[in-house]
Design a protein around this ligand. Structure first.
Ligand SMILES: Cc1ncc(COP(=O)(O)O)c(C=O)c1O
Length: 394
């Protein structure tokens, strides 16, 4: 099928909820994608941060091939070998003490489960989240997601007792987290909101406030986790241990999977039937996730993200020096952003025409979530393309 046919078929039938790029991707390897006409792209979108170990990593492909020929579904009411093995690996890479795991099928589901755990564990009814925070779009997750554009059409259906406080502001958190607060939910670095890094004392301060009020600290590592920022978990940069971590995105290398890691008593507060999912912990996703964890640990991808993140940072700083249209560059590891002084839509399209796929965060922020296996040469090539594209706007 050629690009035009693919686009026409999708446009005619798919519910129109995504901002679409005029490209039809049919193949990927590492940090490179190819479209239906065989054109090559450097992938700085990484499937919205999913392609942590790169596209079609041989170890993940092999694990999936092996598993699909053996067993693809085994409901969690039955025990399963690959699920058992994944659970063991997840607990090994989790921060110490988070040794209860729920396996689901998306990031938003992980957030739903985290909220239910907090409710059951504390018996309280108020949630506190952050302005600019993004935690997914199912109704529970949407209730703690800030953007009014996503919330307004459904506001009648959202959890009522949620308060939002400015991200990075401990005073406001202190004033809002009270004896009725079940949990504070926060991204260690805000992703959707444009890669915003909080002040150094922020997460530690939140931990302290939550401890004093008896509230739980839920850290949403769906975008930042699994090595993305140069550590296995972003909260480790600030030495903070949450009560619950939400994970998703690249956990199963592109096979849908989300998970919750919780303190034992917190995980145990959900009782029989209080949250289940037909696809939760299915062997296919578990086999992929198991291979992904082996790759992240075996290929030292957090360290690689740290090292290549510095290369990327240097390149973005150069772009800022060269183009007055770049207001600010920021990020950690291979989670980066460039904030421009104008709408980035044309920059995205022009980059695409030049073989580079980028991601947006709102109107004027370019976001970069490349596979952690990206090569230094790709980062330099991508920066050159961005340099050329930005030149046409000055
Ligand atoms: C921090 C964060 N939380 C939650 C989600 C929701 O995940 P999903 O799209 O898998 O439901 C996302 C997705 O972008 C995210 O970045």
């Amino acid at each position: 099928m050629d690009t035009q046919t693919i686009i026409q078929l999708e446009e005619g039938t798919m519910v129109n909820v995504y901002f679409r790029y005029p490209a039809a991707i049919v193949k990927g390897s590492g940090a490179i994608l190819w479209d239906a006409e065989g054109r090559r792209y450097i992938d700085l979108m990484g499937g919205y941060g999913v392609a942590i170990v790169g596209h079609s990593h041989p170890k993940v492909v092999e694990a999936l091939r092996e598993q699909i020929g053996r067993l693809t579904i085994c409901h969690p009411s039955l025990y399963n070998d690959v699920r058992a093995s994944l659970l063991e690996k997840l607990v090994t890479i989790a921060p110490k003490g988070l040794n209860k795991v729920y396996l689901g099928s998306s990031g938003a589901e992980a957030v739903e489960v985290a909220i239910k755990m907090a409710k059951k564990n504390t018996g309280r009814s108020k949630l506190v989240s952050t302005m600019g925070g993004f935690h997914g779009k199912t109704l529970g997750a949407l209730s703690v997601t800030w953007n009014p554009k996503y919330r307004e059409p459904f506001k009648d259906f959202l959890i009522r007792n949620v308060e939002f406080v400015p991200y990075g502001n401990l005073e406001k958190a202190e004033a809002t987290i009270d004896e009725n607060t079940m949990a504070f939910i926060v991204e260690p670095i805000q992703g959707e909101n444009g890669v915003k890094i909080p002040p150094d004392d922020y997460l530690k301060g939140l931990r302290d406030i939550c401890d004093r009020r008896g509230s739980l600290l839920i850290i949403d590592e769906i975008q930042t986790g699994l090595g993305r920022t140069g550590a296995m978990w972003a909260c480790q940069h600030w030495n903070v241990k949450p009560d619950i971590i939400c994970i998703g995105k690249g956990l199963a290398g592109g096979v849908p999977m989300g998970a919750v890691l919780a303190r034992e008593d917190v995980g145990d507060s959900l009782k029989l039937g209080e949250h289940t999912s037909t696809f939760g912990g299915n062997p296919l996703a578990c086999a992929a996730a198991s291979a992904v964890i082996d790759v992240i640990v075996g290929e030292k991808l957090p360290e690689r993200a740290k090292r290549l993140g510095e290369v990327f940072k240097r390149e973005l700083e150069k772009l800022k020096q060269a183009h007055s249209s770049v207001r600010e560059v920021r990020g950690l590891g291979l989670m980066r952003a460039a904030e421009l002084r104008f709408d980035i839509k044309d920059v995205i399209v022009k980059s695409l025409e030049n073989g580079l796929i980028t991601l947006y965060s709102g109107r004027n922020i370019l976001r970069f979530l490349p596979p952690l296996v990206i090569e230094e040469g790709h980062i330099l090539e991508a920066s050159k393309i961005l340099d050329n594209v930005l030149s046409t706007f000055s």
